[in-house]
Design a protein around this ligand. Structure first.
Ligand code: ATP
Length: 457
């Protein structure tokens, strides 16, 4: 990587980590050049190099590798005496995350384990519902830091269901309750990376002593080590050493231990030997609760933006893939509304999130909805789409129109056409009528709930 390329990259890095962090931690670095796959930076102090390596090392490496793929490592050197370390700048808002340097050699920073914790991932911001209540309760128990009762705690679940959030929450809570405890959180990928580095640098003794001296070890996404034999072996020894000392271990994965392929049996059975709990896919109520809590965070950023509460119900119905997508949708919606200066309502939502809604569209069709609703109210399909306006047919018709609007991404004119060629204003009127009745009439609310559930199966 040339100096010019580094200059250009710095803009991207600034955008990624924010101007504050960039000014404190990246700007003072002096890029010296790259040699045999190693990008060399001069850091003001050892401590500085250690901190940057630990907190921004992976990000820096991936940014640099995107410009120059031959760079596989970053080295921070310093000319300043290690004692200067105490004068290194500290970003006040990150003080809780600043790790102590383990060794004074600048290359020791490479071995320092641990990943920074996300400030937003605490128990306070974790919304509890039926699908995650057990995992949450187990995490809370571990976070109390009492005697170790189940070891390891193994949390698993699909993408974006809150595993990392819960692990960070445990770490934050433990740090608050017992600041002297040595709590180490890292991904299985980072574990492997440190291990390979230690092997290569002939520093396995350091590696072992660092990992065996922790009080609580948290390894995220453990499925990553499947098929990686020597990493598994080392992980197994680390695991045993800590369990023997009665130290708490918390593991997460995207599936249950017995479903992780290419995992040695002795590791599998170790992972199963504590408490194994799963985070189930979210249900509608949990998604709505999460959206309501995330709206508060958005309101703090955009205090003047109004949001129609029906938008949250709409999103909770329509985006059932994972919470990350749900959150991303909300962030985009607020940013978009603030840019165009409009209130957040269903129309704006459909406009702004057309691609997300299409991607998470359920395969339910207008015809399917009409058929199910007709069955539910015991009328014929021909009566559902026919011209008669008596209440016995009109109400089911409006319910079906409402569900079509909620569960498909068809436009009002398209829905109208499928209901015997009706005008889009008729559909709009029908949808509004049901929205009102849903609040006033318990029977309609119940019908809608039953129908929605059967259609979503
Ligand atoms: N119950 C919840 N309450 C509040 N936020 C949640 C909840 N579940 C997930 N989230 C949010 O969803 C996003 C994704 O969660 P997280 O990163 O913890 O998922 P994960 O299960 O670790 O996913 P992956 O398998 O991709 O690592 C985060 O921003 C998290 O805060």
């Amino acid at each position: 990587m040339t100096r010019d390329q580094w200059g250009a990259l710095q803009n991207d890095i600034c955008k990624t980590i924010g101007q504050n962090n960039y000014k404190v931690w990246i700007e003072p670095l002096n890029y010296e050049g790259a040699e045999s796959g190693v990008a060399i930076f001069q850091a003001p102090t050892n401590f500085f190099g250690t901190y940057v390596s630990q907190n921004y090392g992976d990000m820096l490496l991936s940014q640099i590798a995107s410009v120059n793929p031959s760079v596989r490592r970053i080295h921070f050197k310093t000319d300043v005496d290690a004692r200067e370390a105490v004068k290194a700048p500290r970003a006040p808002q990150m003080a809780a995350e600043v790790p102590e340097p383990v060794q004074q050699q600048s290359s020791a920073s490479d071995l320092l384990p641990g990943a920074p914790l996300d400030k937003r991932f605490t128990f306070d911001t974790f919304v509890v519902g039926k699908p995650n209540e057990l995992a949450h309760a187990a995490a809370r128990r571990v976070a109390e830091g009492g005697p170790v009762t189940f070891n390891p705690l193994f949390l698993y679940g699909g993408v974006g269901l809150g595993k990392t959030h819960l692990m960070h929450a445990i770490a934050w809570e433990l740090r608050t309750r017992q600041p002297n405890l040595n709590v180490l959180y890292l991904s299985a990928e980072q574990f492997m990376y440190r291990f390979v580095q230690a092997l290569r640098d002939r520093r396995m003794m350091d590696f072992k002593s660092i990992f065996r001296s922790v009080d609580v070890l948290m390894v995220d996404d453990v499925q990553f080590i499947a098929g990686k034999d020597s990493t598994q072996e080392e992980f197994f020894h680390t695991f045993n050493a800590l369990v023997d000392q009665n130290k708490q271990i918390i593991i997460s994965a995207d599936r249950a231990p017995d479903e992780i392929k290419d995992l040695e049996n002795r590791i599998r059975s170790r992972l199963q030997s504590g408490l194994v709990v799963d985070l189930h896919p979210t249900d509608y109520e949990l998604r709505l609760g999460i959206l309501q809590s995330k709206v508060e965070a958005q309101r703090a950023i955009y205090p003047n933006l109004e949001i129609d509460p029906r938008v949250l119900e709409f999103l909770a119905h329509r985006i059932s893939t994972n919470v990350r997508v749900l959150e991303g949708a909300l962030t985009r919606l607020f940013a978009f509304a603030s840019l165009v200066g409009r209130e957040i309502n269903i129309d704006l939502t459909q406009e702004c999130l057309a691609d997300v809604l299409r991607a998470s569209e359920r395969k339910v069709s207008i015809e399917e909805i009409q058929r199910r609703v007709a069955e539910h109210y015991n009328i014929r399909l021909s009566e559902m789409v026919g011209p008669k306006r008596v209440r016995t047919f009109a109400r089911p018709r409006q319910v079906a129109m409402y569900l079509c609007k909620q569960l498909t991404s068809r436009s009002l004119p398209e829905i109208g056409r499928k209901f015997g060629g009706r005008d889009h204003t008729t559909v709009m009127h029908g949808v509004r009528r049901i929205e009102e009745l849903k609040i006033q009439d318990g029977q309609i609310a119940e019908d809608l709930e039953i129908l929605r559930r059967t259609l979503e199966e």
